[in-house]
Design a protein around this ligand. Structure first.
Ligand SMILES: Nc1ncnc2c1ncn2[C@@H]1O[C@H](COP(=O)(O)OP(=O)(O)OP(=O)(O)O)[C@@H](O)[C@H]1O
Length: 325
């Protein structure tokens, strides 16, 4: 079941939260809304959920105009960062809740809930209280609860935001696998680019209430539409008036066509990587304008780099570059 939002606008007082957003989420896709804090991601998600209404524009869910429909009429399930479970109800009852209020037969509820608990690997915790689960387990319970009523669309607003890095990583892999199994159309809000790149089929980059670019993780990484997207999606550095990815810079020990002369100012070995900070020309670069490059250990050893060495550098042929305004 796809989602199509057209020219969606939303102001809060004088503040423009969404400034004419067009979004098309094809059925069965896992789409991430990615962008800096305050960019409008949650507002867009809440409008799709029916928790907020746009000032103008339309939202179609499965080709039906849902713009003004209340949340319970949209076949959407949602999970938010600070998920509020029913503290006094068991995990089983929390997941069963939506089915109970729909007065489904007991036997059906039991089999559906156990099926979902297996899906999220919580079957052995059915009788526990939410307070007896870890943070990651609680978020999985929240997902099971959202999936219980068989939504056509699953909306997740920073669902793993409050968890520590290791648990986030596990849940992220798990969400990807879950999605591959159940294929429910999913829209997922995050400000974490790594999370978005790893999990989603498609990324929508939102900033200042506008969509900057839509594409697969690879498309956005390799062909960013503008310097904002390029900076947001991965590391960048400055070289000869251009933005370039630090691992897309070629290094030579003698002058070659199209290269710029530089001096190795600092070398930093971090595990498998070597970061080299370069001094280019005489001017001291601004804090945001330093040139640095990222090499593998093997590349650095091969070049035999030392601090103080003179090298010649240029963007690699395949590198995506954007002229600095
Ligand atoms: N109910 C509201 N009243 C007034 N301003 C609001 C309201 N909801 C959101 N805003 C403002 O709209 C802007 C967009 O908020 P939104 O939550 O959509 O951003 P976001 O991209 O999801 O950011 P974050 O990652 O921090 O959640 C913010 O500047 C926010 O302060």
């Amino acid at each position: 079941m796809g989602i199509v939002a057209t020219d969606v606008r939303k102001n809060f007082g004088d503040f423009v939260a969404l400034d004419g957003v067009d979004l098309n989420v094809p059925s069965g896709r896992l789409t991430a809304l990615l962008g800096p804090s305050g960019g409008g991601k949650s507002t867009l998600l809440r409008i799709i959920a029916g928790l907020e209404y746009p000032d103008s524009g339309t939202v179609l869910i499965d080709d039906h105009d849902a713009t003004w429909a209340p949340p319970q009429k949209r076949s959407v399930g949602f999970v938010f960062q600070h998920y509020a479970a029913f503290k006094h109800l068991s995990v089983f009852r929390n997941v069963a809740f939506g089915l109970e209020i729909r007065r489904r037969p007991k036997a059906e509820i039991r089999s559906r809930v156990m099926e979902l608990l297996e899906l999220v690997h919580l079957e052995q915790f059915a009788d526990r209280l939410p307070s007896q689960l870890s943070g990651g387990q609680r978020q999985r319970m929240a997902l099971a609860r959202a999936l219980a009523v068989q939504p056509q669309v699953l909306l997740l607003d920073e669902p793993f935001g409050a968890l520590d890095t290791q648990v986030r990583k596990e849940l992220r892999d798990w969400l990807r696998r879950l999605h591959d199994e159940v294929h429910v159309t999913t829209v997922f809000v995050t400000h974490d680019q790594e999370e978005a790149l790893e999990v989603s089929d498609e990324l929508v980059v939102i900033n200042h209430g506008r969509i900057e670019q839509v594409g697969t993780p690879t498309e956005l990484y390799d062909n960013p539409a503008n310097d904002f997207v390029m900076r947001f999606i991965g590391p960048v550095t400055h070289l000869g008036g251009q933005l370039v990815r630090p691992h897309d810079i070629e290094v030579f020990t003698e002058a070659t066509g199209g290269t710029i002369e530089a001096r190795v100012a600092r070398l930093l070995r971090v595990g498998f990587e070597v970061k080299a900070e370069l001094a280019v020309g005489d001017a001291t670069p601004g804090p945001d304008e330093a040139t640095w490059l990222q090499l593998t250990r093997g590349q650095a050893d091969h070049l035999d780099l030392e601090v103080g060495d003179t090298v010649w550098v240029r963007p690699a042929h395949h590198a995506s570059t954007i002229a600095v305004a």
